[in-house]
Design a protein around this ligand. Structure first.
Ligand code: HPA
Length: 271
């Protein structure tokens, strides 16, 4: 199969999923899409009123979430100002070994549903020592250490200002104390070694995680504006002497959930 045929088929998949979502939810087009990572799960009920919800596994091209702490559903939510938001609570991670297309399928579907803004949230490790667990930070740029790209064929996409300055300014108009940093995506699912965290720091990274960068690239390819938000659930390996655990990530997410979800809802109201 040549790259043009391949490309058509991933677009077809996204269009098929979008058709199912738009038909089922009776929405003409979505305005914004948001992917809820670890710790951001309560946001959908604060963003507005949910009028449609479906298990990801019942939608073409999606699969059940492989990660504890992820909802596994897609929702249609209307904001108080009447904007339609596609809330994606079902993220596929690269480490699930379903391929890069599966990782970015939700983003491409959101674009095919009409969304012009893609909000990507995640739970992540912090490299800046003063970021205590529970701190939300804006993503200013990324370093993709997965050795993968969602782009197929000779698709040369510019990634300058990928995490929109305009949208970051909107977020800071809601919370002027929001710090920002460069997100470094590793493949996972193991956490980084302390030496890898030091490497990420030397390279200019401030946040380490296992999602988001590939999704942001696909969003840019689809012409969407991207806002990235990380919840620092733990200090990255070696920054704190304590060992890391997935339970710690879940616990930090749960304690911060109400506050950061409210923050996200306030930001979304201004997008
Ligand atoms: N590293 C990678 N992914 C993560 C981390 C981390 O420290 N915390 C939450 N997700």
């Amino acid at each position: 199969m040549n790259s043009r045929t391949e490309k058509t088929s991933f677009q077809d998949n996204a269009i098929r999923s979008a058709r199912a979502i738009l038909d089922e939810s009776a929405v003409e087009a979505f305005d914004i899409a948001v992917t809820l990572g670890s710790g951001w799960g309560q946001a959908s009920r604060m963003i507005g009123e949910t009028f449609w919800e479906q298990d990801a596994k019942n939608l073409p091209g999606f699969s059940a979430s492989g990660v504890l702490g992820h909802a596994g559903t897609l929702r249609a939510v209307v904001t108080p100002s009447g904007r339609n938001v596609l809330v994606i609570g079902a993220r596929t991670h690269l480490y699930e070994d379903k391929g890069v297309r599966a990782v970015v399928h939700s983003v491409r579907t959101a674009a095919a549903c009409g969304a012009r803004i893609m909000v990507l949230t995640n739970g992540a490790g912090g490299i800046k020592g003063h970021w205590t667990p529970g701190t939300p930070v804006l993503i200013s740029d990324h370093i993709n250490l997965t050795a993968n790209s969602p782009l197929e064929g000779a698709t040369f996409v510019d990634l300058t200002n990928l995490y929109s300055t305009r949208l970051r300014d909107v977020a800071r108009s809601v919370d002027p104390n929001l710090d920002e940093g460069v997100y470094v995506q590793f493949r996972g699912p193991h956490y980084e070694t302390p030496a890898e965290v030091q490497m990420a720091k030397v390279l200019g990274g401030h946040i380490v995680g296992m999602s988001t960068a590939l999704e942001a690239i696909a969003a840019r390819e689809a012409g969407m504006e991207v806002l990235g938000l990380s919840l620092i659930t733990n200090l990255a390996a070696g920054i704190s002497p304590a060992p890391l655990s997935h339970q710690e990530v879940i616990d930090a997410g749960e304690s911060a959930e109400a506050e950061i979800s409210a923050l996200l809802a306030k930001i979304m109201a201004k997008l």
